[in-house]
Design a protein. Structure first.
Length: 574
C-alpha cells in the first residue's frame, strides 16, 4: 500500500512539474506574443565609433516581451538596411547571452565596425540602420524596432584571407567549401594584400571573393574595368577555362590570366628547349601528366607557350616554384628546375593555396621495357591500315599515315586485331607549336587496350621504339612561297585537310613565281609549271610554278602521295 502511495505521489509531482514548464509545450489554442520594449539606445541615436577605443561598447537593452500563454521567450538583436519591413534577412543577428534569455546585448566598437564593413558601409561616414529586438516564443516572432546611426572607423578593414566561390567555380557555389587563395609576399618577405589562385571557371556563371567560408564576412564583386567592389555584384565569366586570378586589396583591383596550358620545356624532354610537353589540368589548381624524360638536365614550366610566363624554382627550396616575373616583387630568387632521371615519370605542378610546388615521380603504370613483338600493325576502327617495318626493337613506316581525330586507332601484333594490343599516354600529334615547319614529339607506349587518338587530323610519320617504350611522331606544315623578288617573298601557311592535302585561299599576283615548301626538307615544284593543275615533284625535278596569269583570289590545293615526294596541285579562281 505504501509503494502504491509513493508511485501516485511521484506521478502527481511529475505532472505538476510538466504543467509548470511550458518551454517544450506545443502551441495550443490562440495566444499572442507582445513585443519587448526598447530601453536603450534611444531611437535615432548617433554613435561615432572611436578607432582608438576599439573595445568601448554600445549596450542594447529592453524590457521583456510577453507571451499571453506564458511560454518561454528568447531574444536576439538584428540589424538591417533602413526601411526594412520584416528583418527576414538581416545584415547580422546576435542572440543575447544565457541561451537568449538575457535582456541586453553589448557590442564593441570593433565588432560594430566589422559588421558595417561586411555590409559595404563606407569608412569614416555616418550610416543609418534599422535595428530591432527580436523576441521568439515557439513559432511566434515579435519585433520592437528603432533606428540608429554609426560612423565607421576612418581606416578600412582589409581581410587577411580571401576565398573564391560561386556558380562558375569548382566548389559548386557551396560557401563552406570556398577555394582559398594564396596570399603572396612582398619584396621584404612579409605577407602582402595580394591574393591569387589558379582554378577553373565556367562561362556564363558567376563568382565573388569572400573573407571567410561563412556569412557574415567581407564580399567582393567586380565591375567591367576590373575594379573590385565591396558588396558588389557577382563577376560573370565570359569564357570557360583555367585561369590565374589575382586580387589586389591595396588598390581594389582584380585580374584574370587565361591558362590554356602548362608545359614542361627543357633538357629532359623530346625537342629540348625547342620542345614542349603539356600537362593536363586535374582540378584544384593541379596540372599533371605522364612524360617520357629522355635526358637529365634543366627545365621550366611554361604557360601558353609564352616565354613571359615561366615558373622556376625558388632558390634554397626543395620544390617550391614561383613565376619568374613575380619573384623580385616577392623577395625571391629563382633558378631553372633540374631533373636527374630518365624514363616514364609523372610530373605534377601544384598551384593550389597550400603553396606552389612540383613533383617528379616514377610512373610504374608504364613498363620501362616492353617485349618487342615480331610484327606490328596499325588498325583504324578495327581495320588494318599499315604494317610497320621492323629494325631491331623499332618499328617504323617510310610514309606519312593520314590520321583523323574522329577515328580510334590500335597498335596490334596481328592484322586482324587478335594479338597483343598497345596504346599510348595522351594523344598523338599534340604540340605546343603546332604551326611549325617540322613538328615532332613522342608519347609513352603502354600495354593497355585503350584506343589511340590524334589531337587533330594529320599526316604522321611514326616510329615505335619498344626498347624505350615510346612512339615518336613527325608531321610537316607546308607554305605557298609567292614572289617576284625572292628576298621579299610571301610565305602563306596552308591548312591540312584529310587525307594528306594542304590548302589556302590567297590573292595571287599574275606571273609570280611559286613553290610549295616546308623549309627545308620539302621543296615542291612542277614539270608542268604553267598550268592551273599539274604534278608536283620534290627537289631538283620541280620548277617554279607560274600558273597564274591574271591577278585575283585563288583557292590553292596540293595533294601529296604518302612519302610527300610527289603529288598534284590545283589553282581555282574564287
Amino acid at each position: 500500500m505504501k509503494n502504491i502511495k509513493n508511485i501516485v505521489a511521484i506521478l502527481i509531482l511529475a505532472f505538476t512539474i510538466f504543467s509548470c514548464e511550458k518551454d517544450n509545450l506545443d502551441a495550443l489554442g490562440k495566444w499572442d506574443l507582445i513585443p519587448a520594449v526598447i530601453e536603450q539606445p534611444a531611437n535615432e541615436t548617433s554613435v561615432v565609433l572611436d578607432e582608438t577605443k576599439p573595445h568601448e561598447t554600445v549596450t542594447f537593452s529592453w524590457l521583456p516581451a510577453k507571451s499571453t500563454a506564458g511560454y518561454a521567450i528568447t531574444y536576439s538583436i538584428v540589424f538591417d538596411t533602413i526601411g526594412s519591413a520584416d528583418f527576414d534577412t538581416p545584415i547580422i543577428e546576435i542572440p543575447s547571452s544565457n541561451g537568449g534569455k538575457d535582456l541586453s546585448v553589448s557590442l564593441s566598437y570593433e565588432k560594430i565596425n566589422e559588421f558595417l564593413s561586411y555590409s559595404g558601409y563606407p569608412v569614416n561616414d555616418l550610416s543609418t540602420l534599422a535595428w530591432a529586438v527580436k523576441a521568439k516564443s515557439l513559432d511566434k516572432l515579435a519585433y520592437a524596432e528603432n533606428e540608429i546611426s554609426f560612423k565607421r572607423f576612418p581606416t578600412e578593414l582589409i581581410p587577411k584571407k580571401l576565398y573564391i566561390s560561386g556558380t562558375a567555380t569548382e566548389n559548386n557555389n557551396v560557401l563552406s567549401n570556398a577555394i582559398e587563395m594564396q596570399r603572396l609576399k612582398n619584396s621584404g618577405g612579409a605577407l602582402s594584400n595580394i591574393h591569387e589562385i589558379y582554378t577553373s571557371l565556367t562561362a556564363g556563371n558567376t563568382y565573388k571573393f569572400y573573407s571567410e567560408k561563412a556569412l557574415p564576412c567581407h564580399q567582393y564583386g567586380g565591375s567591367d574595368n576590373n575594379k573590385l567592389v565591396k558588396s558588389g555584384n557577382p563577376i560573370t565569366v565570359k569564357e570557360s577555362g583555367q585561369y590565374r586570378i589575382s586580387v589586389n586589396l591595396d588598390n581594389n583591383t582584380y585580374n584574370l590570366l587565361k591558362i590554356d596550358k602548362w608545359s614542361v620545356v627543357g633538357d629532359p624532354i623530346s625537342g629540348g628547349w625547342g620542345g614542349d610537353q603539356p600537362l593536363t589540368y586535374q582540378g584544384g589548381g593541379i596540372w599533371k601528366a605522364s612524360l617520357t624524360l629522355i635526358n637529365p638536365g634543366n627545365f621550366v614550366f611554361r604557360a601558353n607557350g609564352n616565354w613571359d610566363y615561366l615558373l622556376k624554382k625558388v632558390v634554397g627550396s626543395t620544390n617550391k616554384v614561383i613565376m619568374e616575373t613575380q619573384a623580385a616583387s616577392q623577395g625571391a630568387s629563382v633558378q631553372d628546375l633540374n631533373s636527374t632521371v630518365v624514363g616514364n615519370y609523372f610530373v605534377t605542378l601544384n598551384l593550389s593555396a597550400t603553396g606552389y610546388t612540383y613533383t617528379v615521380e616514377i610512373d610504374n603504370t608504364v613498363p620501362v621495357n616492353i617485349p618487342t613483338p615480331n610484327e606490328l600493325y596499325l588498325l583504324a576502327n578495327g581495320v588494318s591500315i599499315q604494317q610497320f617495318t621492323k629494325d631491331g626493337d623499332t618499328f617504323s613506316s617510310p610514309n606519312f599515315i593520314p590520321l583523323q581525330s574522329s577515328v580510334n586507332y590500335t597498335l596490334n601484333t596481328q592484322a586482324n586485331g587478335s594479338g597483343t594490343s598497345y596504346s599510348v599516354n595522351g594523344q598523338l600529334g599534340v604540340a605546343s607549336s603546332p604551326d611549325g615547319d617540322k613538328v615532332t614529339g613522342l608519347n609513352a607506349l603502354n600495354t593497355t587496350n585503350t584506343a589511340i587518338k590524334v589531337g587533330s587530323d594529320r599526316g604522321l610519320k611514326l616510329s615505335i621504339d619498344f626498347s624505350q617504350a615510346r612512339i615518336n611522331w613527325t608531321y610537316y606544315n607546308f607554305k605557298l612561297f609567292h614572289w617576284q623578288n625572292y628576298d621579299t617573298r610571301d610565305e602563306y601557311t596552308m591548312t591540312y585537310q584529310h587525307p594528306n592535302k594542304y590548302t589556302t585561299t590567297r590573292t595571287i599576283n599574275a606571273n609570280y613565281d611559286m613553290k610549295f615548301i616546308s623549309p627545308w626538307d620539302f621543296d615542291l615544284g612542277s614539270s608542268t609549271p604553267n598550268t592551273m593543275t599539274g604534278n608536283l615533284v620534290n627537289g631538283s625535278g620541280g620548277s617554279n610554278l607560274k600558273s597564274v596569269t591574271t591577278t585575283g583570289s585563288y583557292k590553292v590545293t596540293i595533294t601529296l602521295n604518302n612519302t610527300y615526294q610527289a603529288g598534284t596541285y590545283e589553282f581555282i579562281s574564287q
